[in-house]
Design a protein around this ligand. Structure first.
Ligand SMILES: [Ca+2]
Length: 122
């Protein structure tokens, strides 16, 4: 296996979308179709407060509950596009998506290194 293919394999292996469960994500609005809405980390199985409430309600979104105790119901948060399981994100206040930026940077760096090595070997 060439280094380029190996790096591409690693990139796909560690991209979080590969492990997502689309069945659960279908219940969420388009802006919130991401693992961190229900989980504490992108790749881990541990659920946040909203994920636990969602699971305890039989995989129904508990709309009238404020799962993360930030003063907004899950319905208000889902409509605003903020995370109902993250108390630091609520309608009118969103955190900058540093995780997304870092993931994109790592992916671009991986591709740049693979291209540079391929050019130097030919
Ligand atoms: Ca929140």
């Amino acid at each position: 296996m060439s280094r380029f293919r190996f790096l591409a394999f690693l990139f796909v292996l560690f991209s979080t979308s590969m492990w997502a469960r689309p069945l659960y994500l279908e219940d969420l609005p388009p802006k919130l179709k991401k693992c961190l809405v229900c989980h504490t980390t992108r790749s881990g199985p541990e659920l946040n407060a909203f994920g636990r409430d969602y699971e305890n309600a039989g995989l129904e979104i508990p709309l009238d509950v404020d799962s993360d105790h930030d003063g907004f119901t899950n319905a208000q948060e889902l409509e605003a596009g903020t995370s109902p399981g993250n108390p630091h994100e609520y309608p009118g206040h969103r955190r900058f998506p540093w995780g997304w930026v870092m993931g994109l940077g790592a992916g671009l760096l991986t591709i740049w290194i693979a291209i540079k090595k391929r050019r130097s070997s030919s």
